[in-house]
Ligand binder design. Structure first.
Ligand code: MG
Ligand code: MG
Length: 239
């Protein structure tokens, strides 16, 4: 899983290089494919429930599951959330990042900063002996203290040979049974705060994939694959 995670990080490094005004999300998808192939991995997303591309590319009010397209060309001031899943020797790494395209607004920059920091807050709680809900609480607190909204309909998850395994890792506190689960060394989870500027509510576009904020406000998404170890959380999707 470390190796799968490292490949995901390499794809993100390529995305960071490639994101700029004038680039289409289809081109980003092709760069991701080339990078996956270079390291002997395949996309965990292609064909997942019929998903038609190698990465998810979601622009501005799009939160997750955007489908790369030649018609979607990045413009100065956009933000784009890119989700990457790599399968390597049967194991999966999963990581998402929101990137700025050129010069972005102050609000967009703050949304990105708060969402990334909420991921860090969650990771800090991902230690042996804590419960899943400790992560959820830390993420929600940081986001809401900063005036933004945690999406309810999509969550983090266990990850391993399958992309989505138990437990479910909510980004907010609820009465879900998985919240009580005690984190133990060896468990690997994908933490992924999904945060919107104006509302926690979402809707799905007519392509049956793209999830957008209901009020068309900006959305951000940061995700790492984290191993619970005896020495604290280990982020597997870092370079
Ligand atoms: Mg992901
Ligand atoms: Mg995930």
């Amino acid at each position: 899983m470390r190796e799968a995670g490292r490949i995901v990080a390499r794809v993100h490094a390529a995305m960071r290089e490639a994101v700029r005004p004038g680039v289409s999300t289809w081109e980003l998808d092709q760069i991701a494919l080339e990078t996956l192939q270079k390291y002997g991995a395949i996309s965990s997303f292609l064909g997942y429930n019929g998903f038609p591309a190698h990465i998810c590319a979601s622009i501005n009010d799009e939160l997750v599951h955007g489908i790369p397209s030649k018609d979607r060309v990045l413009a100065d001031g956009d933000i784009i959330s890119i989700d990457v899943g790599a399968t390597y020797r049967g194991f999966i790494g999963d990581s998402a990042w929101t990137y700025a395209v050129g010069e972005i607004s102050e609000e967009a920059a703050r949304l990105m900063d708060v969402t990334e920091a909420s991921l860090d807050e969650g990771i800090a709680q991902a230690t042996s002996g804590h419960r899943v809900v400790d992560i959820s609480r830390a993420v929600q607190r940081h986001v809401e203290e900063n005036g933004f909204h945690v999406v309810r309909g999509y969550t983090g998850h266990g990850v391993g040979r399958q992309m989505h395994e138990a437990p479910q890792v909510l980004n907010y506190v609820a009465g879900d049974p998985d919240g009580n689960l005690i984190l133990e060394p060896g468990l690997v989870i994908a933490l992924e705060p999904m945060v919107q500027a104006g509302t926690w509510q979402t809707r799905v576009l007519r392509d049956d994939w793209t999830v957008v904020s209901k009020d068309k406000s900006l959305a951000a998404h940061f995700e790492h694959t984290i191993a619970i170890t005896n020495n604290g959380p280990e982020i597997l999707t870092l370079p």
